[in-house]
Design a binder for this molecule. Structure first.
Ligand SMILES: Cc1cc2nc3c(=O)[nH]c(=O)nc-3n(C[C@H](O)[C@H](O)[C@H](O)COP(=O)(O)OP(=O)(O)OC[C@H]3O[C@@H](n4cnc5c(N)ncnc54)[C@H](O)[C@@H]3O)c2cc1C
Ligand code: SF4
Ligand code: SF4
Length: 1024
């Protein structure tokens, strides 16, 4: 095989490669360092800078790209979701991303139960399309929302239900693929094969026949073995035969080949009937050993899955607000000590009654094994689904550990026979302890593949410990006759163990196979064949030479600036982590590239990716770009890397929806990072007129509304197109948008009303005749100046329910001492300043509000807001602005109107008589509301309207996101976001009330669906 080109030589070819790709294909070509950097990592500890990145639009594009790369001697690396855990998707190569355009169904044959798909098809999308036919593709990997069929086949992926359905290799029926010489070959049934596929098949058969005794001796006899190439297709060693009829299928040679043999063009898959019913029995164990020992007995009952979650993971899930409630449904007694382990035992089939019998057998079995009463039965689909989601989030839950020590993949999927599982896990736990670490165990107990990742610090002594643990783990695997590589592939962390597993003769045969397929080493060199050492730090994402640039961030990131103890997982005090960027870099580095943000399900993250499908408009792409910027890997010359154009490029479409803050399993909070970027960027380039107009709105709103005739004059902009056009030209505010309507009568105009709503904390703290304390109601700029009706409605509802209401307004002395807000008598949360990167001004404004509110919060008075973006600034950003304890106290008391009313209703204190609804109600949650789990209270409250039957619109961000949707350069994306599901759902329900708390959400609904959405306060008031 030819020696791969050195990186230097590859870079020389970069420009030529890009030029030819641009000229000869219709795909997207990226050669800038930031774009390449976003493709330099997968979910492993490794990093390698691609030569270029290519997004093909057609099959012809891929064929041409392979040919051009071959001619220029640039390696080719096929990529799907990039969620591999072992580094197989990293390389100094032309990275070809199939996931944007190459993701269609080629052919569905319902009679045969097969489907042909392009490799970029995501598993969840495939299964969603199959559901209507009662079918599914059952290799249910945890990353089903991101993993592509090409990547799954590349890795020979395995799902939780592999005991029933097998791995990818058991479910792929055929692959059409480009060979390194550009030829397309059809790999399928060997007996019927022809052309290049047959020739290659014959060659491999020759090797396999010659090495039959070696194969018998060295291939582990377990279901979960994914190392090397499947040389055993001709002499099967897997517990489960590769084919039902014992025939040889040549596509199985390509499954698990990690992109090293051929480039998949389409894959034919075997489909399975969707199980009609499922039941789950969750077995609680007081001893981990006992749990492991029981697995071998439980599998005899014929379950479709037996999955482990250990105590550490249960505790981590219990401490995470998103998972707490669900994980506790799995416990026999959530109030007593957490069990050492639980096993999720699933049975599925046609008849529910039969499954209930199986559940009963499980309970009997556990009784026989000395654990009567240890099973929590779950026969309903809802709770089962929720629990599976927590189990699937297992790795991500673990990865949320702050500090440089992280759980590292390298022996995370060794597979051992079930009889030895208990001894193996116990012995490996001792190995971890010996090296000052600890493992958290979870996953596939049914097939002896337990995931475990010791916590290692790769910047310090991690590499040495990784080697030592791997050596000892391999001894155990050998002792128990297991497979060292059981699920996630070989990549860079297990490549060197292939020869250990199979011995020299088979290893040599694997090299011969590679040579026969790809003699010039075009496809993904250094994987499977000639791999580097697993601990070669030149491949690490965080090598010991990794350095962060010193930087003073605008916000307080000290909570991330910590180190952890690998055994106890305790973290050091905030600010002690040694981050030269004061915690910002460590917060960015929380992204482990697992790709969970590449999702399209009912939640919110990440709206810009949902409409563009571009890595750079994805939370992961943003975090990677920031990491590269903060560690000076972006080649930025004389400007601040944080405020550079490369970072601007990725932040451009981030709508600061805060969805990642909640939905990213490791809590990457890109909305706050965008504030940091904006502060640095605007410092570099200055503020535009539009920035100033947006930022200072709360200051000049009162001036405009108080000058007679001015509101009417300004509102002409919404009716006279040329004025809107002129404004677009001058300020970049889209002429396609209507602007909020200025009014001369605002909330603040009614002085009597304002005076009547002034109470001291002590006054509010004294219960009135109805036994109610008072509340604080924030009159935010948007509702006070543009939609006064919402504040009036909220006042009416609160008063009707018997609460006295204090409306914060600055008194004169407060007003005089401050500078930023001098024109305004009203408090403000500073949101508009944050949106424009003016953090100092935001701090000053928000600080005043926090000062005013703190005495109320200290008296336990609820602080109620109507506009989610304002209210959640008080709950969220206020905590990272250096305000100390008072901000925390205020944050704890700040809540939306519906949160307050729903909590009062829950304790039977809400005294509201609501009339019956005459129309159905649709509710759209603001992104920040979703991010803080404040949608449920809104729905609970709306349910109090008799006959309301509110329906939640399952949508991501509405696309307005403050000023984003008004900006001329973002109007198209803004509309696309709204059209994903929000507007179509509203259009389908012409007679409903549409309830939306966000002022910009209501605007988007008005502009896009010509419907007047109302604030929840208004719908409540309308039903009084
Ligand atoms: C949190 C987490 C949980 C996971 N859980 C599981 C699990 O339950 N089970 C499991 O098996 N794995 C799991 N994985 C690993 C990973 O998600 C799976 O292996 C997944 O199938 C990879 O899909 P992908 O699209 O991301 O592939 P990628 O990482 O993009 O690619 C994988 C390999 O396939 C090759 N490839 C991609 N497309 C082609 C093509 N067209 N032609 C040839 N080769 C190609 C690539 O070169 C690469 O070597 C998990 C990973 C994470 C981060
Ligand atoms: S941003 Fe979060 S969800 Fe996305 S890849 Fe990184 S860690 Fe995963
Ligand atoms: S804040 Fe929203 S748009 Fe921005 S990265 Fe996070 S999920 Fe995506």
């Amino acid at each position: 095989m030819n020696k791969p080109l050195e990186l230097k030589e590859l870079i020389i070819h970069k420009e030529q490669l890009a030029k030819r790709l641009r000229q000869e294909t219709s795909g997207e070509v990226m050669t800038d360092i930031a774009s390449r950097g976003r493709y330099a990592t997968d979910a492993s500890i490794y990093q390698a800078m691609p030569v270029a990145v290519f997004m093909p639009k057609t099959a012809e594009d891929i064929a041409s790209a392979i040919q051009i790369a071959a001619e220029l001697k640039v390696p080719v690396l096929a990529r799907g979701g990039g969620t591999s855990q072992c580094g197989q998707t990293t390389g100094a190569a032309l990275v070809i991303d199939n996931s944007k355009y190459f993701r269609s169904t080629v052919d569905l044959n319902l009679d045969k139960g097969t489907i042909d798909v392009e490799p970029g098809m995501v598993l969840d999308h495939l299964n969603a399309s199959l559901k209507q036919h009662g079918l599914w593709f059952p290799v249910d990997v945890s990353t089903a929302g991101q993993a592509t069929i090409g990547g799954m086949a590349g890795n020979n992926s395995c799902g939780s239900r592999s005991i029933a359905y097998g791995n990818m290799v058991h479910n792929v029926l055929g692959i059409d693929a480009w060979l390194a010489n550009g030829q397309i070959a059809q790999f399928g049934n060997y007996a019927n094969s022809s052309g290049a596929a047959k020739q290659l098949g014959d060659f491999v058969k020759g090797l396999a026949d010659k090495l039959h005794p070696e194969i018998e001796a060295h291939f582990p006899k377990v279901l979960r073995r994914v190392a090397g190439y499947n040389l055993d297709v001709f002499h099967p060693q897997s517990e489960l035969p590769y084919t039902q009829d014992g025939s040889v299928n040549l596509s199985h040679l390509l499954v698990g080949s990690e992109g090293t043999l051929a480039y998949f063009k389409s894959l034919q898959l075997k489909l399975a009937p969707l199980p009609q019913h499922k039941v789950l029995g969750v077995v609680n164990f007081a001893s981990f050993f006992k749990a492991m020992d029981s697995a071998q007995h439980i599998v005899k009952l014929g379950p479709t899955a037996v999955e482990l979650v250990d105590r550490t993971m249960i505790d981590l899930a219990r401490s995470n607000p998103s998972f707490k409630k669900t994980i506790e449904t799995a416990l026999i007694n959530p109030h007593s000590q957490t069990p050492e382990a639980i096993l999720l035992v699933e049975f599925s089939g046609e008849s529910h009654a039969t499954l209930l019998d199986k559940l009963k057998s499980l309970q009997d079995l556990m009784g026989d094994l000395g654990l009567p009463g240890s099973v929590v039965p779950m026969s309903d689909a809802g709770p089962q689904k929720n629990l599976w989601e927590v189990r699937k989030a297992g790795l991500n839950i673990m990865m949320s550990l702050k500090g440089d020590g992280k759980p590292v993949s390298f022996i995370e999927d060794c597979a051992v026979p079930l009889e030895s599982l208990a001894e193996y896990t116990e012995a490996l736990t001792d190995v971890f302890a010996k090296y000052g670490s600890r493992g958290t165990w979870y996953a596939h107990a049914s097939v002896g593949t337990l995931h475990v990742r010791p916590i290692l610090d790769m910047r310090r002594d991690g590499a040495a410990k990784m080697r030592a643990v791997a050596e000892e783990a391999s001894e155990l695997v050998r002792k128990y006759k297991g497979a060292y590589s059981g699920e996630h592939g070989d990549g860079l962390c297990r490549g060197e163990w292939i020869s250990w597993q199979f011995g020299p003769k088979i290893t040599e045969a694997l090299t011969e196979i590679k040579n026969a397929f790809d003699s010039k080493g075009l496809f993904n060199p250094g994987k499977i064949i000639d791999p580097p050492k697993m601990d070669d730090s030149s491949y690490f994402r965080y090598p010991p030479s990794y350095k962060v640039i010193p930087l003073l961030p605008a916000l307080d990131w000290s909570a991330w600036n910590v180190q952890n103890n690998p055994v106890t997982e305790e973290t050091s005090a905030p600010g002690t982590g040694g981050d030269p960027a004061m915690g910002l870099a460590k917060a960015v580095e929380m992204c482990n590239n697992n790709g969970h943000c590449r999702k399209f399900d009912a939640e919110v993250m990440c709206p810009s990716y949902r409409v563009t499908r571009d890595e750079k408009h994805l939370t992961r792409g943003r975090a990677n770009t920031l990491r590269l910027a903060l560690s000076n890997q972006l080649d930025v010359k004389d400007e601040s890397p944080l405020g550079s154009d490369s970072v601007k490029d990725v932040m451009e479409l981030c709508v600061s929806c805060k969805a990642c803050r909640r939905e990213c399993p490791t809590g990457v909070d890109m909305a706050k990072m965008k504030i940091e970027f904006l502060a640095a960027y605007k410092k570099r380039v200055g503020h535009s007129l539009r920035d100033l107009v947006v930022a200072y709105l709360p200051n000049y709103a009162s001036i405009i509304s108080n000058i007679p005739g001015l509101p009417t004059l300004l509102n002409l902009r919404n009716h006279i197109a040329p004025i809107a056009k002129l404004q677009e030209w001058l300020m970049g505010i889209s002429a396609q948008r209507s602007l909020p309507t200025w009014r001369s009568r605002t909330f603040w105009s009614n002085k009597k009303q304002i005076t009547a709503h002034h109470f001291t904390p002590d006054q509010l703290n004294t219960p009135n005749q109805q036994g109610n304390k008072g509340v604080v109601l924030l009159a935010d700029t948007f509702n006070a100046y543009f939609e006064n009706q919402n504040l009036q409605a909220a006042l009416r509802v609160l008063k009707e329910a018997g609460y006295r209401v204090h409306i914060p307004q600055k008194n004169n002395s407060e007003n005089k001492t401050k500078t930023t807000n001098t024109c305004s008598k009203e408090f403000c949360c500073g949101r508009t300043y944050l949106a424009s990167g003016m953090v100092d001004q935001a701090k000053e404004t928000l600080g005043e509000l926090v000062d005013h509110l703190a005495p109320y919060a200290e008296k336990d008075i609820p602080i109620i807001g109507l506009e989610p973006s304002c209210l959640f600034t008080l709950k969220d950003e206020a905590l990272v602005m250096g305000f100390g304890e008072r901000a925390i106290t205020v944050s704890k008391h700040a809540q939306l109107l519906e949160e307050f009313l729903a909590s009062e209703a829950k304790v039977g204190k809400l005294n509201l008589n609501l009339k019956a609804a005459t129309r159905p109600i649709l509710f759209h949650g603001h992104c920040h509301q979703k991010s803080f789990a404040a949608v449920t209270p809104a729905m609970e409250l709306l349910k109090l309207i008799p006959g309301g039957e509110p329906k939640l619109i399952e949508s991501s961000c509405c696309g307005m996101a403050g000023s984003f949707g008004y900006e001329a350069e973002h109007i198209v994306v803004s509309k696309q976001m709204a059209e994903l599901s929000l507007l179509p759902t509203i259009r389908k329900s012409p007679d409903s009330w549409v309830v939306a708390d966000g002022t910009s959400c209501r605007h988007q609904i008005h502009d896009g669906a010509q419907r007047d959405a109302v604030h929840i306060a208004q719908i409540l008031a309308a039903h009084l």
